[in-house]
Design a protein around this ligand. Structure first.
Ligand code: BES
Ligand code: MN
Ligand code: MN
Length: 463
């Protein structure tokens, strides 16, 4: 019987060109100008699932963008793997920083990807990683090696908070029943250091508005006598961290899960070069919470960051003005046990509290979600670990990630199953940034590794 490696080698050119076609459709979920393209992408995904061997494929309507659902049930007594991914992408902005247009994929070599990388928005997050699963299914059905049942659920609103997916999951628990959820929407440590993501951070995302005078004012006639909302907003934001970079919101850390010394020591074993890290970002020093390492700061610790800030005059030249309003978008990354709705409420209360009487503030929550951790002694984790062992020749390292996929905790709550995060991207792939790319090697390695997960998961489930 043909093995995954030789099948991938035989069909790799087609696998690459099919992904390139998918990447050409600009499925930006955040911007309604792309609405038709988002829907077109759902149709393309649906077609690819049919061709890869799903028995039924549906484009399920929701209050928002549709969810592509497909399945191949071979035997009700066998385990069922539910694959989740997203076909929407982040906005490509800022456009002028792309070396080639974001929706005209090109393959270029990089230092890290001498075998070539596909440059396009969504190449790594998540079209490329999602499509690895479609091709893995193709391999298993075409070579008669699908060992269990499989369901696919590919959504179009991940980058904007997965609202419709929550709606869909609550209404379709039976349809989505499964033994394990499999997702490739994260990364791994390096091409020669395979890792499995065992944790995701939660998220609370808010927008704040500070209002001073009822209209923009002449900054000479009024300056010094009335509150300048931009001055006030920046001062308020600055006060949200203390001199040790701890967050100052009362109660913020109350439920934070503290890792034991042993757990932290285990984490510190993962290979990491601070010099290479600094060099890759062109920074002279790292910066963050006192008492924690870089890897801890970006995974097991909660954070607060301004994602955007605006107000007043930002056009050419100088305009002397005190703006009436100032705004900021703020995200807080959360860790296990912190509840995102509770944190949003604490933020709101605190932000209103610290506002001077001279301004009014409005806090609008956007979206959020809980963090997630998965044990490494589950059948799912063990199956994934063996799969990597086969294709990378090394045991993968468990690693908690700093990113968020809020829907994962909802899966656990609604579908009562654990998620295995088999990510094949690299931090340097520039997801959400200009020049996002996905290594051809990583893409093919993913297609090669995934079928082995199915094999071992089925074997371990019978044992
Ligand atoms: N795929 C990412 C999340 C991710 C990337 C997790 C790399 C771990 C490693 C996902 O598409 C994403 O961008 N999530 C958002 C949250 C969402 C609610 C917009 C995030 O983490 O900012
Ligand atoms: Mn993603
Ligand atoms: Mn993303």
């Amino acid at each position: 019987m043909q093995d995954t490696h030789s099948y991938v080698q035989e069909h790799k050119d087609r696998f690459i060109s099919e992904l390139i076609e998918l990447l050409k459709i600009p499925s930006v979920s955040a911007d309604t100008a792309y609405k038709d393209d988002v829907i077109k992408t759902a149709e393309a995904v649906s077609k690819s699932l049919k061709e890869a061997g799903c028995d039924t494929v549906e484009i399920c309507e929701t209050p928002g963008y549709p969810i592509v659902y497909g399945e191949k049930i071979i035997d009700k007594n066998l385990p069922t793997v539910l694959v989740y991914g997203h076909y929407d992408v982040q906005p490509p902005d800022p456009m002028d920083l792309w070396d080639s247009p974001p929706f005209e994929p090109v393959i270029k070599n990089t230092e890290i990807h001498p075998e070539g990388a596909i440059f396009a928005r969504g190449s790594c997050d998540d079209k490329g990683q999602m499509y690895m699963h479609v091709k893995a299914l193709e391999f298993m059905t075409k070579t008669n090696q699908l060992p269990c049942n499989v369901k696919f659920m590919i959504e179009g609103e991940e980058e904007v908070g997965s609202k419709s997916l929550g709606w869909f999951v609550e209404r379709n628990q039976e349809k989505l029943a499964n033994d394990v959820i499999l997702i490739s929407d994260t990364g791994m440590i390096a091409k020669d250091v395979p890792s499995i993501t065992t944790g995701l951070r939660g998220l609370s995302y808010v927008e704040v508005e500070v209002t001073g005078p009822n209209r923009d004012l002449h900054s000479g006639l009024y300056g010094g006598a009335v509150a300048n909302p931009i001055n006030i907003l920046t001062k308020m934001i600055a006060s949200l961290h203390d001199e040790n970079n701890h967050i100052t919101i009362p109660g913020f850390y109350d439920k934070v899960e503290e890792l034991s010394k042993e757990e932290r020591a285990e984490m510190a074993k993962a290979p990491f070069s601070l010099d290479a890290y600094k060099k890759s970002l062109d920074i002279n020093a790292v910066y963050g919470e006192e008492g924690y390492t870089t890897n801890e700061r970006n995974s097991i610790r909660p954070t607060l960051d301004v994602n955007g800030i605006w107000g007043g005059y930002t056009g050419e030249g100088a305009k002397t003005v005190i703006a009436s309003k100032a705004y900021a978008k703020i995200s807080m990354r959360l860790v296990p046990n912190q509840d995102w709705e509770e944190i949003t409420e604490l933020f709101k209360k605190h932000f209103e509290n610290i506002a001077p009487e001279a301004v009014t503030v409005k806090v609008t929550p956007h979206h959020g979600g809980q963090g997630y951790v998965t044990p490494i002694d589950s059948i799912g984790y063990q199956a994934a670990s063996r799969a990597y062992q086969d294709t990378f020749g090394k045991t993968p390292i468990p690693q908690r990630s700093g990113g968020s996929i809020p829907i994962v905790s909802l899966f656990e709550k609604e579908l009562k199953s654990k998620t295995i995060l088999m990510g094949f991207g690299l931090d340097s792939d520039a997801i959400h940034s200009p020049n996002e790319h996905f290594g051809v090697w990583n893409y093919l390695k993913g297609i090669e590794t995934i079928p082995l997960f199915y094999k071992y998961f089925t074997e371990l489930s019978k044992a």
